[in-house]
Design a protein around this ligand. Structure first.
Ligand code: ADP
Length: 705
C-alpha cells in the first residue's frame, strides 16, 4: 500500500536576486506513513523549514515528486494546492501564529469559514476540537489572554479542524518551557497515535527522543533516518481517535470531512465551497474592530468629503427650487415679459439704452408675429394685447443713467423705481394693498392714483412704525443734474423675496407717465423698458418665451428672469466651487484609504500567511480585503450623512439669520448617491492593497517577523 507521504528525488533551489540560485535541498527521497511521529532535526539553515514548506504545499517550486495522500503536489494547480492545504495538511508554528483580533473559537473555525461550513457546525466542531486539547473553557478569550502552551494548543486545534491527514509542526515547542513542551508533545503524540502523520521540526533532543522516528538533515541532505525502537503507541483509545462507528455513519453523510482517506479524496475534488461573502464581511468586521480607532478616523476623513458632496447637491437644488418658486409667484403664465437684451453689465444699467422707442416696439410686434406665423400659432401681438412698464436696474452705480435719491425725512437712500407689473396681485402684498383708491377733484378728474409699493427693505427705515400711509418724496436726478420730484403715500409692502434685498419703489406706470406728461424735460423719461404681452394662454406664452430666449434673440425676459439668471449663475459658481472642494476632499479620502489599507496589508502580512497556510485562496484574501474597503465605504457613507446633517443644520442657522432665506433642498436619492460614491471610492482605493495582499507569497509572509 502506498505510504501517506512519499518524496522522490526532491531538489529545491532558491532564486537569488542576481540571477543566481541557492540549492537548499538535494535529492531528498523519503517515505512517511500514518501513525508516525517524525522529528526532523538538523542545524539551523540545513533546510528543515524548506522541506516543511514543500510538504505543506506552501511552496510548489521544486523538482522531483512529492506524493501526499495520493496527490502529486508537483502536478497540482494553484487552486488545487489551496485545497490541499485546506483539507489535507494542518500547520503548527513555533510562534503559534494565531490571529490576535479573533477569539480562540474564531481562530479555530477560520479554516472551516474558508470552506463555508455552516455556523452551527463550525462552532460544534471547533468546540469539540478545543475540548480535546483541554481548552473548552477559553473559547471566548483572545490569544493574548492565553499562556504560550495554551496558544499552541489553540494552534493544534486549528490545524486539526479540517481533519487533515498530515500535521506539520515547525518547532512547536520552541517557544515553550519544558513542562509545557511535554504537554504539547503529548498531544502531538496522541494525534499521531490516532492514525495521522505528524512531522515536526525540532532542535530539542528530548523532543526527538519521544518521537517514533528521527530524520536528520544536514546541508540539504538526509544524513540519518532512525526508527525509535522504544516508541510505544498508546494502547488506550485516545481523544483524537475517531470512533469506528462514527466513521462509518459519516461516510454516507453529505459532509465528508471526517471520513476515511478514500472518500475524503472524493470530497476534496467535489469541495467547491469557498469563503462566502458574508463570512468575508464578518471577518473584515473583526479586523476593522481590531483597529477601530484608525478605521473610525479614516471614515471621518471620508465623511467630510461625502458630507460636503451632499451639501453641495442640496445647495444647488435648493437654489434652483428657490428660484423656481419665486419665479412662479412673480409671473403670470399668460403674460410674456419682454425687455431688451443687454450685451454687458453696463448695458443692463444703461436705462436710456433699455428704453423701447415706438419703432422698436413695432419691430418687436413684427418679430414675434413672424415667429408665431411660422409656428402656425393663431395669435397676433399688437397694441390690444400689450401693456408697458419700466424698471431701473441701476444697481446703485453712479454711472447709471438715472441716479435716484430717496429723501425720506432727510435720510438719503439709493433706490430703484419700477412700475407695478400687470401680474402682481394681492398675493404679492404682505401689508397694505397694491394701490390706493384714486383721489378725484371737484370736477371728477383723477388727481392722485396708486401710491408707492415698497419692498420689505423699507421697514428698516421706519423701524417700529408701519410705513403704510406715510408720504415719501422721491427725487430723480439725471446725470445733467436735472431733478424731478414727486410725492406720494406708501400703499403697500411687497413680498418680493428675490428682490427684498433691494429698496424698490413700485408705482403704477400709466399714472406716473400721466403725472409727468406736461413737465418740461421729462418727456421720454418714463418711456417703456418693458413690454407685457397678454397672450391669454400658457401655451402661447411658452412659445413666445422660447422665441425670446433663443441665442440670437434681441430680447430677454423680466427683471425677475434676469435676477433668476444671476442667482443661477451665482449658484452654479458656488456649486462648482463646492464640487471642486468636495472632489478634492474625496480624492484625499481615496488616497487616505489606499494608504491605510496598504499599511494594513503590511501589518497583517503574517496573518495573510497563516490564512494561506490553512488553505485561503488568493480570491479569499482579496475578498477579505475588498470586504474591508466595502465596510469602510459604508461606514464613511453613514458618517458622511450624519456629518452632512450637522453641517446643514449649521449652514441653515447661519443663512436664516443672515439672509433670511435657506436655499437648501434635499432629494431623497442624494443620500443613496452619497452612499454609492463613498462605497465606490473606498472599493476602488482598496483594489490595489487587496490584490497586493492576495499576491503575497505564503512562505515569505510566514517568515515575516
Ligand atoms: P532551517 O529551517 O533548517 O533553519 P531553512 O529551510 O530555513 O533552514 O533554510 C535552508 C537554506 O535555504 C538556508 O541556507 C537559507 O538561507 C536558505 N533559504 C531559505 N529561504 C530562502 C529564500 N527565500 N531565498 C534564498 N535562500 C533561502
Amino acid at each position: 500500500m502506498a505510504k501517506k507521504l512519499e518524496l522522490v528525488a526532491v531538489n529545491k533551489k532558491y532564486k537569488l536576486d542576481n540571477k543566481q540560485t541557492f540549492q537548499a535541498l538535494y535529492d531528498i527521497s523519503v517515505e512517511f506513513d500514518s501513525g508516525e511521529l517524525i522529528s526532523i532535526v538538523g542545524e539551523s539553515g540545513s533546510g528543515k523549514s524548506t522541506l516543511m514548506n514543500l510538504i505543506g504545499g506552501l511552496d510548489s517550486d521544486f523538482t522531483g515528486q512529492i506524493i501526499a495522500d495520493g496527490e502529486n503536489l508537483s502536478k497540482l494547480t494553484e487552486k488545487e494546492l489551496d485545497k490541499y492545504r485546506k483539507n489535507k495538511v494542518g500547520f503548527v508554528f513555533q510562534s503559534f501564529n494565531l490571529i490576535s483580533h479573533l477569539s480562540i473559537l474564531d481562530n479555530v473555525t477560520l479554516a472551516l469559514t474558508l470552506s463555508n461550513v455552516s455556523e452551527k457546525e463550525k462552532v460544534q466542531r471547533a468546540t469539540e476540537m478545543l475540548r480535546k486539547v483541554g481548552l473548552e473553557k477559553q473559547l471566548k478569550k483572545k490569544p493574548t489572554q492565553l499562556s504560550g502552551g495554551q496558544k499552541q494548543r489553540v494552534a493544534i486545534a486549528r490545524a486539526l479542524i479540517n481533519d487533515p491527514e498530515i500535521i506539520i509542526a515547525d518547532e512547536p515547542t520552541g517557544a515553550l518551557d519544558s513542562a509545557t513542551s511535554m504537554q504539547i508533545l503529548e498531544i502531538l503524540k496522541e494525534i499521531a497515535d490516532s492514525g495521522k502523520l505528524v512531522i515536526m521540526v525540532t532542535h530539542s533532543e528530548k523532543v526527538a527522543s519521544i518521537s517514533s522516528r528521527v530524520v536528520e538533515i544536514s546541508d540539504g541532505r538526509i544524513v540519518s533516518d532512525t526508527i525509535n525502537e522504544n516508541y510505544v503507541k498508546m494502547q488506550v483509545k485516545n481523544e483524537f481517535e475517531e470512533p469506528k462507528e462514527e466513521k462509518k455513519s459519516e461516510k454516507t453523510g453529505t459532509d465528508s470531512k471526517k471520513v476515511d482517506t478514500k472518500s475524503k479524496q472524493i470530497s476534496l475534488k467535489k469541495d467547491k465551497q469557498n469563503l462566502s461573502l458574508i463570512s468575508a464581511i464578518k471577518l473584515s468586521t473583526h479586523n476593522m474592530w481590531a483597529s477601530r480607532v484608525k478605521n473610525f478616523l479614516m471614515a471621518f476623513g471620508v465623511a467630510i468629503g461625502i458630507g460636503s458632496l451632499i451639501l453641495m447637491m442640496s445647495f444647488s437644488s435648493g437654489i434652483i427650487d428657490y428660484i423656481n418658486n419665486t419665479m412662479k409667484s412673480y409671473s403670470d403664465p399668460e403674460i410674456v415679459t419682454v425687455t431688451k437684451k443687454s450685451e454687458s453689465i453696463s448695458d443692463v444699467l444703461n436705462f436710456e439704452k433699455n428704453k423701447f422707442t415706438d419703432e422698436e416696439i413695432q419691430t418687436l410686434y413684427s418679430d414675434v408675429n413672424a415667429y408665431l406665423e411660422e409656428k402656425n400659432i393663431d395669435f397676433v401681438v399688437d397694441e390690444n394685447s400689450t401693456s408697458f412698464g419700466f424698471s431701473l436696474m441701476t444697481m446703485t452705480l453712479p454711472e447709471a443713467s438715472v441716479a435716484d435719491t430717496f429723501d425720506l425725512e432727510n435720510k438719503k437712500q439709493v433706490y430703484y423705481l419700477y412700475s407695478i407689473p400687470p401680474y402682481y396681485s394681492d398675493k404679492n402684498v404682505i401689508e397694505g394693498s397694491l394701490s390706493t383708491p384714486p383721489e378725484l377733484n371737484s370736477s371728477g378728474e383723477i388727481v392722485k392714483k396708486g401710491g408707492f409699493m415698497f419692498t420689505k427693505s423699507i421697514y428698516s427705515l421706519f423701524l417700529d412704525e408701519s410705513p403704510i400711509g406715510k408720504e415719501v418724496t422721491i427725487t430723480i436726478e439725471l446725470p445733467d443734474e436735472t431733478k424731478f420730484t414727486f410725492t406720494d403715500t406708501i400703499c403697500g409692502i411687497m413680498d418680493s423675496s428675490v428682490m427684498s434685498g433691494y429698496l424698490i419703489a413700485y408705482i403704477d406706470y400709466d399714472y406716473l407717465r400721466a403725472l409727468f406728461e406736461n413737465t418740461p424735460g421729462a418727456q421720454g423719461l418714463f418711456a417703456p423698458t418693458t413690454v407685457y404681452i397678454n397672450t391669454g394662454s400658457e401655451e402661447i406664452t411658452n412659445e413666445i418665451n422660447s422665441f425670446l430666449s433663443s441665442p440670437d434673440s434681441k430680447y430677454s425676459g423680466s427683471i425677475e428672469d434676469q435676477l433668476a439668471g444671476m442667482f443661477s449663475s451665482m449658484s452654479s459658481t458656488i456649486g462648482t466651487s463646492l464640487t471642486i472642494i468636495s472632489c478634492i476632499s474625496l480624492l484625499v479620502s481615496a488616497m487616505m484609504i489606499l494608504v491605510v489599507l496598504y499599511m494594513s496589508v503590511s501589518e497583517r502580512t503574517k496573518e495573510i500567511g497563516v490564512l494561506k497556510s490553512i488553505g485561503a485562496r488568493r480570491k479569499d484574501i482579496k475578498r477579505i480585503f475588498t470586504s474591508e474597503s466595502f465596510l469602510v465605504g459604508v461606514l464613511s457613507g453613514v458618517f458622511g450623512i450624519i456629518f452632512n446633517l450637522i453641517l446643514t443644520f449649521i449652514v441653515w442657522i447661519v443663512l436664516k439669520t443672515t439672509l433670511g432665506i435657506v436655499p437648501i433642498s434635499y432629494r431623497w436619492w442624494y443620500f443613496f448617491v452619497a452612499m454609492g460614491v463613498s462605497i465606490v471610492i473606498s472599493m476602488l482605493s482598496g483594489l490595489y492593497p487587496a490584490s497586493k495582499a492576495a499576491k503575497l507569497d505564503p512562505v515569505e509572509s510566514l517568515r515575516r517577523e
